[in-house]
Design a protein around this ligand. Structure first.
Ligand SMILES: Nc1ncnc2c1ncn2[C@@H]1O[C@H](COP(=O)(O)OP(=O)(O)O)[C@@H](O)[C@H]1O
Ligand SMILES: [Mg+2]
Length: 265
């Protein structure tokens, strides 16, 4: 069964989409079967995967509102070697329509159920807001991965986000966990970043990934070439960091499996 990980932070510009695209590609490069779901009407993860958002037949709108089966809306030939549910402006309409509908929080969870066996990892790129789309992501996910920049107000934002996640989880998905906290656009020469990073570790312990994503211009350039960084410049520090993050997620998942098995025995 695939593990479903929502990449979320209500703040914009923290590296959610960059993480979604590059983590999905890195996982696929380790021969895992990966599905990436773009839930942001901006469609940045779609474009960054080399799929033209203005020219896709189906998007998350068809999946969530028209309830077309996932295998009918998925794009299988992306530049990241993963499968993609695309997004574009239509997905804004999905957000509005879902508000009026019955069992609207569980649309994505229900859509994923029949295909979970086909994937090892499902990543969801969330919009930077607490919309019906984000609620659907939280309801469908096993866990949440939170990218954040180590800035002055980051910890406050994070505490607010954790409160929101807890409240949402109670309402729509009691088994939802925090997968991990990822430090993005990190500059080790910046003292404030180091301070915030230490506070983060003190507060959230081993939920903070060891892997740090550095600020790297290749990560910012790659989307305009419609490809994850590892296919644009595989020797870049950004591409390497996301490969290392994929390794860390895999190791954690294996440790978790062992712990679960031991607890059962
Ligand atoms: N590690 C990084 N180094 C350099 N630029 C980055 C990095 N991560 C993200 N960016 C750039 O920062 C901007 C915001 O990132 P993005 O992933 O779109 O954030 P979000 O999805 O949270 O809004 C984009 O222009 C992106 O290319
Ligand atoms: Mg984004």
């Amino acid at each position: 069964m695939g593990r479903v990980i929502a990449i979320a932070n209500q703040k914009g510009g923290v590296g959610k989409t960059t993480t979604a695209v590059n983590l999905a590609a890195s996982m696929a490069a380790t021969r895992r079967k990966v599905l990436l779901i773009d839930l942001d009407p901006q469609g940045n993860a779609t474009m960054g995967s080399g799929v033209d958002k203005y020219d896709v037949e189906n998007t998350a709108y068809e999946l969530l509102v028209e309830q077309k089966p996932l295998q009918d809306v998925v794009v299988t030939d992306t530049n990241g070697k993963y499968h993609l549910v695309a997004a574009n402006g239509d997905v804004t309409a999905a957000d509005v329509k879902l508000m009026e509908e019955f069992a609207r929080e569980q649309r994505l969870a229900n859509a994923l159920k029949p295909v979970l066996d086909h994937y090892d990892f499902v990543f969801i790129d969330c919009p930077p807001s607490l919309s019906m789309l984000t609620v659907n992501a939280m309801a469908a996910a096993d866990s949440i991965l939170v990218p954040m920049q180590c800035e002055y107000y980051a910890l406050e934002g994070l505490t607010a986000l954790m409160d929101t996640i807890e409240r949402l989880a109670e309402a729509v998905n009691p088994r939802l966990q925090i997968e991990g906290i990822l430090r993005t656009m990190y500059d080790p020469r910046n003292r404030l970043a180091n301070d915030v990073s230490e506070q983060l570790k003190a507060h959230f312990g081993d939920k903070v990934y060891r892997t740090v994503i550095p600020r790297n211009v290749r990560l910012a350039e790659a989307p305009s070439f419609g490809a994850p960084a590892m296919y644009y410049d595989k020797s870049s520090t950004g591409a390497k960091a996301y490969l290392s993050l994929a390794g860390e997620l895999i190791r954690r998942a294996e440790q978790q499996k062992k712990a679960d098995a031991a607890a059962e025995a």
